[in-house]
Design a protein around this ligand. Structure first.
Ligand code: SAH
Length: 214
C-alpha cells in the first residue's frame, strides 16, 4: 500500500464511524480517488482529513463526509446520467465517475474549470464532460438527468434544474441562507410532482447566479 491508499482508508474509517452514511460501494470508490491530486495538496494529513480544504478563489473541496452523504442520497449511480453544479476541484465528479455514472459537471470559475478539466479528462475521458459557465441554469444540452447534485448553497432550487430532471430522478442540494443550509433531496415523481426531504444541516459556499434565470 502506498501512502495515498493508507490515508484514504483512514479517511473512510473516520467517515464511517460518524454513522451518517453506510454505503460500502461509495466508500470503496472514494478510496480509489487520489483526493490530494484533486485538492492540489501534497500534505496528506490535510488532503485526507475529514474537513473541507481551500482550493483558491475562495472555494473549497467539500468535506469527504459530505461527498459520501450527497452521493449516497442520489441513490443508485451506475449507468445514470448525473449533472453536477459546481465542479470545484473535480473530486466529487471523480467519485461519481468511479461509481459508473456519466457525469456532466459545470463550473463558473475559469481557473478551477481548467484544472479540474485536465485531471478529469485524463482519468475519465469517456465518462466525464466538463462545462464552463453558470450551472444554476443547468445544462439543457444533455438533459434529462437521472440525478442533479449541487455542491454550492442557495435559498431556492433553480427552476431550470427541476425542468432538466428526469421523472424518478433526484436533486441533492444545500438549501438555506447565510452559509447555513440543510441538505435537501427533491425527487421528481412519475406524475411530475416533487417530493422533498430535509436532511442534515451543512455549510456551503454560495451558488452564484451569473445569468438571469429563464
Ligand atoms: N464539488 C466540488 C466542491 C465545490 S465548491 C469538489 O468536489 O471539489 C463549489 C463550487 O461551485 C465552486 O467551485 C464554485 O465556483 C462553484 N459555483 C458556484 N456557483 C456556480 C454556478 N452558478 N455555476 C457553476 N459553478 C458554480
Amino acid at each position: 500500500m502506498n501512502d495515498f491508499n493508507r490515508y484514504a482508508a483512514q479517511m473512510i474509517n473516520t467517515i464511517s464511524k460518524k454513522g451518517l452514511v453506510n454505503n460500502e460501494e461509495i466508500f470503496e470508490a472514494m478510496k480509489r480517488v487520489p483526493r490530494h491530486l484533486y485538492a492540489g495538496i501534497d500534505d496528506f494529513e490535510q488532503a485526507y482529513g475529514d474537513f473541507p480544504v481551500q482550493i483558491g478563489d475562495k472555494q473549497t473541496i467539500s468535506q469527504p463526509l459530505m461527498v459520501a452523504i450527497m452521493t449516497d442520497r442520489l441513490g443508485s449511480i451506475k449507468g445514470k446520467k448525473i449533472l453536477e453544479v459546481g465542479t470545484g476541484s473535480g473530486y466529487q465528479a471523480a467519485v461519481l465517475a468511479e461509481l459508473g455514472a456519466r457525469v456532466i459537471t459545470v463550473e463558473r470559475i475559469e481557473r478551477l474549470y481548467d484544472k479540474a478539466k485536465e485531471i478529469l479528462n485524463k482519468n475519465y475521458p469517456d465518462s466525464v464532460t466538463c462545462v464552463f459557465g453558470d450551472g444554476s441554469m443547468g445544462y439543457p444540452e444533455f438533459s434529462y438527468y437521472d440525478g442533479i447534485i449541487v455542491t454550492a448553497g442557495t435559498d431556492e432550487v433553480p427552476k431550470d434544474l427541476i425542468e432538466q430532471l428526469a421523472e424518478g430522478g433526484k436533486i441533492v442540494i444545500p438549501l438555506g441562507s447565510f452559509y447555513i443550509h440543510y441538505l435537501t433531496i427533491i425527487k421528481k415523481l412519475e406524475n411530475g410532482r416533487l417530493h422533498t426531504i430535509k436532511d442534515i444541516g451543512c455549510r456551503f459556499v454560495p451558488l452564484i447566479k451569473d445569468a438571469r434565470q429563464r
